[in-house]
Design a protein around this ligand. Structure first.
Ligand code: SF4
Ligand code: SF4
Length: 385
């Protein structure tokens, strides 16, 4: 946060989202709500919320648990998987401790096999994610898995999930997404009046919370951003490079990439990943005959690299480039994430040929060893603009 800009929310909002989420989930548990751990953007949180339970994100982004994980997992595995697993086996994850069941998906091979290693600890439901999203059967198959998730949750918690509660959760998600997109719109301004850490924090806070709990914070945030815009309180200046960051989920120790961009005078105006804007971009159809089908349709549109072909990602990229007008694209690929890494070729070509935008791929992990090398490469990118 720039020293002379008042934070959007005062009580430790700046980079402290984990503490706030933890105390939120603890308060929900104290009210008698169940907590269900999730690992992926494909987890249909509306089903969990319809049971009046709270979803709890279990993906981890810290280097400190990786050494412990490597006692079991191969070193040449994505740091997100190793970090998440390391937190569990060292009994260091308060979010996992609060979770009473876990929802997992068959996305990438590493995650899928890691889930097997923790499947005995807490009740777990693995959803078989169709990976050819354009096939006719895909939606029906995914809907079947969402129905099976409903049964798993009902049996595990001895509660019934009613269709009208699923419909209400859909409407709440849509209202939340509307408000989130109003917040993201402040990054469209040139220069923007919101920076990467604020967008990052608010996306983390908004994802698991019930709409009625998060709506006041979102409203307050919008009002503060409107005031910043009116007072012309901005980040950087008209010449600051506007950067779209895409690729693997980035968080915690991998936030070094965002920090370097900012330190070199750039403004991150889009975070196009599951730890950024991606979960908030699409709406779920309301008042349909079958809310489960509506949820299946929306989630299958998530453009993750585990899908093939992942054409939806290029279409989404076109929309966000048009909306946020970046000057450059930086793609973050976590070590050993083969699907995002292979897809970088298409993204680079698309950036260059369709949008005339320079593109930089950064392959990294959660360690600090490559900070200077990343700085040099981002600096060279900015010099070329
Ligand atoms: S990048 Fe893909 S596998 Fe990872 S959380 Fe997002 S949707 Fe799930
Ligand atoms: S970043 Fe890639 S390898 Fe890691 S969990 Fe996500 S999809 Fe799997």
């Amino acid at each position: 946060m720039h020293k002379n800009i008042e934070p959007l929310v005062n009580d430790g909002f700046d980079g402290q989202h984990a503490k706030r989420i933890l105390s939120y989930i603890q308060s929900q548990r104290e009210k008698g709500k169940n907590a269900v751990g999730i690992y992926c953007g494909y987890a249909p949180i509306e089903i969990i919320q319809a049971m009046n339970a709270v979803p709890t994100v279990l993906c981890a982004f810290a280097d400190k648990t990786i050494a412990a994980a490597e006692a079991v997992l191969p070193a040449n595995l994505c740091p997100l998987i190793k970090s998440s697993y390391g937190f569990i086996i060292t009994d260091n994850c308060p979010f996992y401790a609060l979770s009473e069941a876990v929802v997992a998906e068959t996305t990438c091979d590493g995650k899928k096999k890691m889930f097997e290693l923790i499947s005995h600890i807490k009740p777990m439901f693995v959803m078989d994610l169709p990976q050819l999203p354009d096939e006719r059967e895909a939606k029906d198959n995914w809907m079947t898995m969402i129905r099976k998730l409903q049964t798993f949750l009902e049996n595990t918690f001895n509660k019934k999930i009613h269709d009208e509660d699923v419909e209400a959760a859909i409407k709440d998600s849509n209202k939340r997404n509307d408000m989130m997109n109003r917040i993201f719109d402040f990054a469209k301004l040139q220069p923007p009046v919101i920076n990467w850490s604020e967008m990052y924090d608010i996306t983390w806070l908004a994802q698991p919370a019930n709409f009625s709990d998060i709506a006041p914070l979102l409203e307050e945030t919008i009002q503060k951003l409107e005031k910043r815009a009116a007072d012309e309180v901005v980040f950087g200046n008209a010449d600051s490079p506007r950067v779209l960051v895409t690729g693997c989920p980035v968080g915690g120790d991998a936030n070094k990439v965002f920090r370097i961009i900012e330190e070199l005078g750039g403004n991150v105006v889009v975070i196009d990943s599951c730890t950024g804007m991606k979960p908030f971009m699409e709406k779920i159809a309301e008042d349909t005959d079958d809310p489960y089908a509506a949820i299946a349709e929306r989630y299958l549109k998530l453009p993750c690299s585990c899908m093939t072909p992942n054409t939806h990602r290029l279409q989404e990229l076109d929309k966000i480039i048009e909306r946020f007008k970046p000057d450059a694209i930086i793609e973050v690929v976590l070590h050993a994430c083969h699907s995002y890494n292979v897809e970088t070729h298409k993204i680079r070509e698309h950036a260059k040929n369709t949008h005339g935008l320079p593109y930089l791929k950064i392959e990294t992990d959660y360690s600090e060893g490559d900070i200077e090398q990343i700085r040099t490469r981002v600096e060279a990118l900015f010099d070329s603009l």
